[in-house]
Design a binder for this molecule. Structure first.
Ligand code: HEC
Length: 129
């Protein structure tokens, strides 16, 4: 009986040591990215959407800098441009050409007027789906 208790006490001590060393690791500055291993959705169903994915989605789909920053001041579910109900073609064009806060200006060398118009029309239509 005594030996059973001793084994039990030893196991409990071992368990406590394991738990506290795990906590030490957490306090030791290990940073775990909850999105680790998750890829951004870069799929598209049309040429215009593919253009949006190529030129804008790295910042404006999930985990993008634009989405993260817009989420600070938008209603939940409006932070991704494809979900936003506030966008108009002139507004999208203005923001893209002038930049806004942390968004750099998108030049005609990067995205032509014709491409930007297609992207803007895609975004305005996307919210209605
Ligand atoms: C390098 C990252 C980056 C790229 C590339 C980028 N954006 Fe942005 N965008 C941002 C950030 C960041 C914001 C938020 C600005 C702020 O509030 O500081 C933003 C904001 C916007 C807004 C304002 C949204 C609102 O609800 O008011 C529009 C519209 C927009 N971007 C369109 C575009 C389009 C169209 C493209 C592609 C042609 C594009 N962006 C490419 C980073 C980016």
């Amino acid at each position: 009986m005594t030996s059973h208790l001793t084994v039990l006490a030893a196991s409990a001590a071992l368990l406590l040591a394991t738990v506290s060393s795990a906590q030490d690791n957490a306090a030791g500055g290990e940073i775990v990215n909850p999105f680790r291993g998750v890829m951004q959705d870069r799929s598209s169903h049309s040429e215009d959407e593919a253009l949006y994915v190529e030129k804008c989605s790295m910042c404006h789909r999930r985990m993008g800098m634009g989405t993260v920053l817009l989420a600070r001041r938008m209603a939940p579910g409006e932070a991704e441009l494809e979900d936003s109900r506030r966008l108009t073609v002139p507004y999208i064009t203005l923001v893209a050409r002038q930049g806004m806060g942390n968004m750099p200006r998108i030049t005609r060398a990067e995205v032509s007027d014709e491409q930007l118009e297609r992207i803007a029309n895609y975004l305005v239509a996307a919210r209605q789906q």
